[in-house]
Design a protein around this ligand. Structure first.
Ligand code: ZN
Length: 506
């Protein structure tokens, strides 16, 4: 009885914190979609207030006392073994979050939240005007907050490990470098072979698609993928993203570039992959700290599985082509599904990460990983980033951006202070292919499903094997449960090498 009361009290605190966090997410979503430019200053203050309220509520001595009463400690985070498994998983997460958050002083949390809003707005302007110098002071502030956060958590001497751990628990610099090294070697070798082959013609895709036409098709595409539009919506932002505002309200965004129709299409598919994960969280986990993905890498495995393994396959385009032709009449009369398939799989070094092909994509990530490592070891100054960016682009991809807008300013992450996030994308590719191998074993008529555009067996498999766990398992535990394996680069590299060897007839 006593235990139940403690559990109920702890669950109430958790619920309140979730509700506060999602209210803040709504303000963030608005900041990145519709907020008028002059509303930024006050919005940053609103966000800082919500963040502080949430922090104060969660890190109160009451939370610590309740965790203790339920037998949860640093050594035994799952607490009392007589409790049901779900409750013990809840205790483990809460204990880990609590031990971490209580190390951050309240004024630090509020100041970081306020700086983040201003920094993000400054980044949008700096990117629009190709003005890195205007963003630099904000970037330096965000680097400083990130460094201090990692130090509060006790990562002296290995600050970047502390930041990586936020997004991918237990994956530090050396673990990540050990998978990135073979990735870099084999993907660079494959890119070189592809460069010697003739480039497919994709001119039918890169001009004259106005925002209205693209918006119409992207909305159809979202429904085609079986996104329930009663439980979410699609909007436009500078950088596509997904955010969960409620258990039945998951927002995604895309962007419409007049000379690049594929950019909006693949952003929409990618963000749908994230949204499916969030929307599949079972009711028993709703509005709790367990209502999230296992890690950012696992979240990215879902978005990149939909975007690439499904969205860049021939049967998928054979199924989707009639929908595209209906939305955009006359433009594709002389084009075959096979031409589209080759066009969406063009492998060629390019400047922008989110538009990179599957082969060169991970090289963009490795570049960012190395720069972040340098920033937090002290080897690199923020002011050196534009020139180092160009040097590394030349080295890894053989091309150099002419502007910072197309270089160091292209991604939103650093403006948010999200250092250590980028490796999740490349890890997501690895998890994604490991999961996919199992999915294909269980669903042998996978290609036929894509051809027909009836995706429910895939949705069900992902829900029953991955999504239903929410944040109950660590990424390693989830991977083991689904595939029986540890993290490996092999399935991803095998998939990439086989696919592109066939497309380019190497
Ligand atoms: Zn993503």
């Amino acid at each position: 009885m006593e235990k139940n009361t403690s559990l109920e009290k702890l669950r109430r605190i958790d619920r309140e914190c979730c509700l506060l966090a999602r209210s803040a997410s709504l303000l963030h979503w608005d900041l990145e979609t519709y907020l008028p430019a002059q509303g930024v200053e006050e919005r940053s203050e609103q966000l800082a207030l919500l963040e502080s309220l949430c922090h104060e509520r969660f890190t109160s001595t009451e939370t610590g006392r309740l965790l203790d009463e339920l037998g949860s400690s640093a050594d035994n985070p799952r607490g009392d073994e007589k409790l049901p498994d779900l409750e013990r998983d809840f205790l483990r997460r809460t204990r880990m979050d609590y031990d971490r958050k209580k190390k951050l002083p309240l004024d630090f949390v509020a100041a970081a939240a306020k700086a983040e809003g201003l920094s993000q707005a400054a980044w949008v302007e700096a990117k629009t005007n190709n003005n890195f110098a205007a963003f630099l002071p904000h970037l330096e502030t965000m680097i400083d907050f990130a460094r201090r956060q990692s130090l509060y958590w006790g990562f002296e001497g290995r600050v970047y490990d502390g930041l990586l751990d936020i997004y991918e628990p237990n994956m530090g610099v050396s673990e990540i470098a050990s998978v990135f090294t073979p990735l870099r070697e084999r993907l660079s070798a494959l890119l070189k072979k592809i460069a010697s082959k003739p480039e497919p013609d994709f001119s039918f895709l890169n001009s004259g698609f106005d925002a209205q036409t693209q918006a119409k098709f992207n909305l159809e595409l979202m429904k085609y993928l079986e996104f329930n539009t009663q439980r979410g919506r699609l909007d436009v932002s500078a950088h596509p993203f997904t955010t969960t505002l409620g258990s039945n309200d998951v927002r995604i965004t895309t962007r419409y570039l007049p000379d690049n129709f594929l950019s909006s299409i693949f952003s929409t598919i990618h963000e749908c992959g994230h949204a499916f994960y969030e929307l599949d969280i079972p009711e028993e986990l709703h509005v709790t700290c367990l209502a999230d993905g296992a890690s950012m890498g696992v979240h990215e495995s879902q978005s990149r599985l939909w975007e690439n393994v499904i969205g860049r396959s021939l049967p998928f385009w054979e199924g989707l082509f009639p929908v595209l032709k209906k939305c955009v009449p006359d433009r594709f009369d002389s084009v075959k599904a096979e031409d589209l398939y080759r066009a969406v799989n063009l492998a060629k070094p390019s400047l922008i990460r989110v538009e990179a092909d599957e082969v060169s994509y991970s090289l963009h990530i490795i570049l960012r990983f190395e720069l972040e490592q340098g920033l937090f070891s002290g080897a690199i100054k923020a002011s050196d980033l534009p020139s180092l960016w160009r040097t590394k682009m030349k080295e890894y991809l053989g091309i150099v951006p002419e502007t910072d807008t197309q270089g160091v300013l292209q991604d939103v992450h650093w403006s948010h202070g999200s250092f250590g996030y980028f490796p999740s994308y490349a890890l997501g590719n690895l998890y994604g292919l490991q999961f996919f191998r199992k999915l294909k074993e269980d669903i042998p008529d996978f290609d036929n499903i894509l051809l027909k555009g009836k995706f429910s067996p895939i949705h069900e498999w992902l829900r029953d094997n991955i999504h239903k766990w929410g944040r109950r398992l660590s990424p390693g535990e989830l991977l083991k449960k689904v595939t029986g394996e540890e993290l490996s680069v092999d399935p991803f590299l095998k998939y990439i090498e086989e696919k592109y060897t066939a497309i380019y007839r190497i």
